[in-house]
Write a protein that binds this ligand. Structure first.
Ligand SMILES: C[S@@+](CC[C@H](N)C(=O)[O-])C[C@H]1O[C@@H](n2cnc3c(N)ncnc32)[C@H](O)[C@@H]1O
Length: 235
């Protein structure tokens, strides 16, 4: 799943300024390029493994020192100062990865607490989750890692639990080098949420909806939009 969202987050941060918070920053795929635009980006993630990958990525970049990585849970953001951030970014369906409504509510309240008045909360929802076809262990990529690296295979599976509105996406990276074989798994489940549900929850948590966009270039949302992006303003 190649995403084309990074330029969007860079432009948003560049327009508003920092400090910027990323919810579920993972490997720093978004946080690091956003750090080209503002002095301070804070990425929060609960996975130590993801943050280790991010740390290696930051060390290789001149913008790395602008990114602070914090291990924590977005349902209870670990910041003591009230309202230190001007922008919060929720890329790549992170809010849909909260599978229970009470976790979503806690997260929105937690974000509201750390944003200053008038700050912007950008939310990117994965729109077509229920339409993802189910498949098991499909090889989606084969290749070699560098000239002397091992042989890489990426195996993906998608599962649907329609009764609960949950879509599960599994990736397994298998690397073979001579007789050695290593494998890493990454699994994420998303909950189907309508735009209206998300808007209502935001409004109830102290946000006004500023815009709903249908792509990463800023075009307005329509029923056939490929992306669902909400920009909300902290009251
Ligand atoms: C699909 S990855 C996206 C990473 C990054 N935002 C990107 O777009 O490349 C989702 C990340 O959110 C993190 N995550 C999920 N639930 C979380 C929670 N409750 N608190 C903190 N991090 C969480 C996961 O560990 C994972 O690194």
């Amino acid at each position: 799943m190649q995403r084309r969202d990074v330029g969007f987050w860079q432009r948003l941060a560049g327009r508003i300024g920092g400090p910027v918070l990323e919810l579920g920053c993972g490997t720093g795929r978004v946080s690091l390029p956003v750090a080209r635009m503002v002095e301070t980006v804070v990425g929060v993630d609960r996975s130590g493994e993801m943050l280790n990958v991010a740390r290696r990525r930051l060390r290789r970049s001149r913008y790395g020192p602008r990114v602070k990585l914090v291990r924590g849970d977005i349902r209870a953001l670990p910041f003591l100062d009230p309202a230190p951030f001007r922008v919060a970014m929720a890329p790549y369906g992170i809010l849909q990865s909260l599978l229970r409504d009470r976790d979503l509510k806690k997260t929105l309240a937690s974000v509201a607490r750390v944003l200053e008045r008038g700050a912007t909360f950008g939310i990117d929802l994965v729109p077509e989750l229920p339409e993802w076809g189910e498949y098991r262990r499909r090889v989606s990529l084969r290749g070699r890692r560098g000239a002397r690296g091992g042989h890489l295979t990426l195996i993906e599976s998608v599962g649907q639990d329609r009764a609960r509105g949950i879509t599960t996406f599994d990736q397994e990276f298998v690397e073979r080098k001579g007789a050695e074989r290593s494998s890493r798994r990454f699994s994420i489940a998303f909950r189907t949420l309508s735009l209206r549900q998300m808007r209502n929850r935001l409004e109830r948590t102290g946000f006004d909806i500023e815009a709903v966009l249908g792509d990463y270039h800023g075009r307005a949302w329509g029923p056939r939009a490929r992306a669902w992006i909400i920009l909300a303003r902290r009251r």
